[in-house]
Design a protein around this ligand. Structure first.
Ligand code: SF4
Length: 726
């Protein structure tokens, strides 16, 4: 084991906090603060501080596992395990065709892995059936951003702009628990005289920091945004000049908003008209203001329209593309941003290109050295793919995801996974999904490998290898290389992350998410570079080949900069921390209003299921908990699920604090102890979703999909409560 201090980044959320790792002689690894990284300036939450615990051999997998004749997972050699996977996939393909093969990735994979996984699915397996768990994260915000701005980058400005803004509306984000070090940006906002408005059905730790907290009924954020826009129009606060100069489609959006009278919106949302008026005043008065959304408004069956309504508010008030202002999405997973840019999404190719765009296919096919016509078309979205397991999709290769816990209608998805002909899982630990596999491969993790991630600001970062993995572990890139070779593709799947990144640069050149000007050397020296960062200028100036094969556009769609070789520009593109200041990434440079109207959630409460369920996270656990539930300190802080409910609801049910409560939806039943608090609406219960078993919240959630983003409705469904004998 090396003994030096290595600066790197946290394995968990999209903040990608900087940290130092120091291996100790006893084999443990010390995590310490790294104050020079501007996002967290040394601060780490409990998950980051304890992240090294998952590196220990007793916690993580150290040998491939294969299922024996008796149905038990037993240790096996790498050759046996890889041969079994290749045979399983090949057999399915021969019997049912390539689209009977599914591939499911994750927002925690590095850019290099996400890129290689997408290429593996399309080039080696020839399947269209690939998607990833990021579909369950920010896909509605991504879809809305592309509609309105022509480009999706979570935050189009750095986090450091937040404290300098005049007002921030935070919609459906409990960042005090999901990414605690980010809270300081909002604390500083208030210290600087700015206003923080938090919109959440619960009075969360984040809401407690706010100047104004609005607690709408779950699933009504769309109506809320429309009501605010109605008031902006009625009170003459539209920025007419901005709307005229920088947008299109205002009249239809205006008409839609005018149909949402404040009193009507109050009835839908439960937010009073005076609160709506106060919100508009606080948002419109300062020179600069932002709206930031997270999973609350996005994880709905109308998530794209809901985010679109908040973007409309930003456009009407002249906020988007102005300094210290605009709309942004707080992406959740560690590489949630990069994970959606490089081709593991069902409808996309690297560089955030559309899979059904002939020019995009031709560009990427050239980089990959294949015929564009050989590339399959778009496949199913994440839930639809999981729902097709065992029927249309007979075999699945899964990396870095745990859908048995994290997918909506999870008991049904677990059943679908069990019905597969063949399942192979690459993971660090034996997750609930890996435990169902025919073959499990133990792979290297964050501190044991080099690779890049892209944080929620669009800042591309270099994670460095700090420790040597235990014997018996291989990287996901090695796994894909070995499988490709066994399936007849000997070249094109390098195992060196930097070599993969060099190819990714070429594949992304000229695309929306252009990484072609970013190198490992730059990432190491500059501690991160914001995309888009085209290379054409650099290459021309350096007299090099312009990032092989990729013809860069004359003007980058996001920045409006002249990207042609030889153009007047710095020798090396500096990256783009702030987008849209001059133009949006649409063909005419104008943002698009999208006319949207209120509609109900897919499953409204009724006599049988009279209460609303919403789900979310707690500070000491991360996503499906596969890693964090294995860390003693985190488990002590958050040992299990709970049902948060209002005292009035608890009294009606006859439940006291800690009593087991059954939450029943049309999809199943979950049981967890009652946590009684007046911090939640009386018509709503909350459950965190980190745990499997009896308290699995996603047993209950509704897979009704957004028609555009294909996002399931995690955030609101109808349930009833029952008491349970202790
Ligand atoms: Fe890691 Fe996110 Fe915690 Fe930072 S906030 S230490 S990135 S989990």
């Amino acid at each position: 084991m090396q003994s030096t201090v290595t600066p790197t980044h946290c394995p968990y959320c999209a903040l990608q906090c900087g940290m130092n790792l120091t291996p100790a002689p006893d084999g443990t690894v010390e995590v310490s603060e790294r104050v020079d990284f501007p996002v967290n300036r040394g601060a780490l939450c409990g998950k980051g501080r304890t992240a090294a615990a998952v590196l220990a051999p007793g916690v993580r997998l150290t040998s491939p596992l294969v299922r024996d004749a008796g149905g038990t997972l037993v240790p096996a050699s790498w050759d046996e395990a890889l041969d079994r996977i290749a045979t399983g996939l090949d057999r399915t393909r021969a019997e049912y065709g390539p689209d009977a093969l599914g591939v499911f990735g994750g927002g925690g994979l590095t850019n290099e892995k996400a890129y290689t996984l997408g290429k593996f699915a399309r080039v080696v397996l020839g399947t269209s059936q690939i998607d990833y768990n990021g579909r369950f994260c920010m896909s509605s915000a991504a879809a809305a951003g592309i509609k309105a701005f022509g480009l999706d980058r979570g935050l189009p400005f750095p986090l450091e702009d937040i404290p300098k803004s005049g007002c921030v509306i935070l919609v459906g984000s409990n960042l005090a628990e999901t990414m605690p070090p980010a809270l300081r940006f909002f604390t500083e906002l208030r210290e600087n005289g700015g206003t923080l408005i938090v919109i959440d059905p619960r009075r969360t730790k984040t809401a407690e920091q706010a100047d104004l907290h609005l607690a709408p009924r779950p699933g009504t954020d769309l109506a809320l945004a429309l009501g605010l826009l109605h008031l902006v129009i009625a009170e003459g606060m539209v920025d007419e000049e901005y709307v005229r100069e920088r947008t299109a489609g205002w009249e239809d959006a205006r008409a839609a908003a005018m149909a949402h009278w404040p009193e009507y919106v109050e009835r839908i949302t439960g937010v009073s008209v005076p609160q709506l008026r106060e919100t508009v005043r606080l948002f419109c008065e300062p020179e600069s203001a932002m709206v930031l959304t997270a999973r609350g408004p996005e994880q709905q069956s109308k998530g794209t329209d809901t985010v679109g309504a908040w973007i409309n508010l930003c456009l009407a008030t002249g906020r988007a593309g102005r300094p210290l202002s605009g709309y942004g999405c707080l992406t959740g997973q560690g590489n949630g941003q990069g994970g959606r840019e490089h081709g593991q999404k069902a409808d996309q190719l690297p560089g955030y290109r559309k899979l059904d765009d002939p020019a995009a296919r031709a560009h990427v096919a050239e980089v990959w050295g294949v015929d564009p016509d050989s590339l399959p078309g778009p496949g199913r979205s994440a839930y639809e793919l999981l729902d097709a397991l065992g029927t249309d999709i007979r075999s699945l290769l899964l990396m870095a995801s745990n859908p048995v816990v994290s997918a909506p209608r999870a008991a049904h998805i677990e059943e679908r996974i069990r019905s597969l002909d063949f399942l192979a899982v690459c993971d660090v630990v034996l997750s609930e999904t890996a435990a169902l596999a025919d073959v499990v491969l133990p792979v290297t993790q964050w501190a044991e490998e080099t690779g890049t991630t892209t944080n929620l600001e669009g800042r591309v970062l270099l994670r460095r290898r700090a420790v040597t993995p235990p014997d018996g572990i291989r990287s996901d890139l090695e796994v894909l290389h070995e499988l490709a070779a066994r399936l007849g593709v000997e070249k094109g799947f390098p195992t060196d992350p930097e070599e993969v990144f060099e190819e990714l640069r070429r594949a992304s050149a000229g695309g929306a998410a252009d990484y072609s000007g970013i190198t490992y050397r730059r990432l190491a020296e500059e501690d991160g570079v914001f995309w888009p960062c085209p290379a054409a200028v650099e290459a021309a100036d350096a007299g090099e080949d312009a990032v092989g094969g990729g013809e860069a556009p004359a003007v980058h769609p996001g920045t409006g900069e002249d990207a042609r070789p030889g153009a007047e520009a710095p020798a090396v593109h500096p990256g783009t921390p702030r987008l849209f200041l001059d133009r949006f990434a649409t063909p005419d440079g104008r943002a698009r209003f999208v006319p949207v109207s209120h509609r109900a959630i897919a499953e409204e409460p009724d006599d049988e299921y009279p209460v609303l369920l919403t789900t979310g996270r707690v500070v000491a656990q991360y996503q499906s908990g596969a890693q964090t539930r294995r860390v003693a300190e985190l488990n002590a802080a958050a040992p299990g699920p709970f049902v948060e409910l209002h005292p009035r609801l608890a009294a009606r049910l006859g439940a006291a604090e800690g009593d087991p409560v059954a939450v029943v939806s049309r999809r199943g039943r979950a049981v967890a102890p009652a946590r009684i608090t007046d911090a939640i609406r009386p018509d709503t219960v909350f459950m965190p979703f980190h745990w499997p078993g009896e308290g699995r919240a996603n047993t209950l959630t509704n897979p009704a999909l957004d028609p555009t983003s294909r996002m399931p409705e995690f955030k609101a469904c109808a349930v009833r409560l029952e008491t349970v004998e202790a």
